[in-house]
Design a protein around this ligand. Structure first.
Ligand code: ZN
Length: 106
């Protein structure tokens, strides 16, 4: 298998797959010897998706609309994401900008 990005050779090896910083285990993948990109075959992708569902991580990321309260903007945090990071009403969090992201630390 060749890398779809830089066309270099890939090497077959076990690769740890993380979703939202949580390891789903290691899976047989192909790692590009030049750019390091990792590829998985269809049945492995299905296995990874299954693991993700088992851990309640699948589809956790989602789009939300930015609202406005006074001069501030607001974003609703979906219940599933709040539960995942154990965020509760009234809890103090730190909000930090980072390039094109906003990080909310619990
Ligand atoms: Zn590559």
């Amino acid at each position: 298998m060749k890398c779809v990005f830089c066309k270099a050779e890939t090497r077959e090896q076990e690769v740890e797959y993380k979703e939202y910083g949580i390891s789903l285990g290691t899976f047989p993948g192909f790692v590009c010897t030049k750019c390091g990109e990792v590829f998985f075959e269809g049945e492995v992708v299905d296995k990874i998706q299954q693991k993700s569902k088992e851990k309640g991580l699948f589809g956790l990321s989602r789009k939300v609309k930015v609202g406005k309260i006074g001069d501030s903007l607001m974003v609703r945090i979906p219940k599933e994401i709040a539960n995942f990071v154990k965020l509760k009403e009234g809890k103090e969090v730190r909000i930090t900008p980072e390039a094109k992201k906003i990080i909310i630390e619990n």
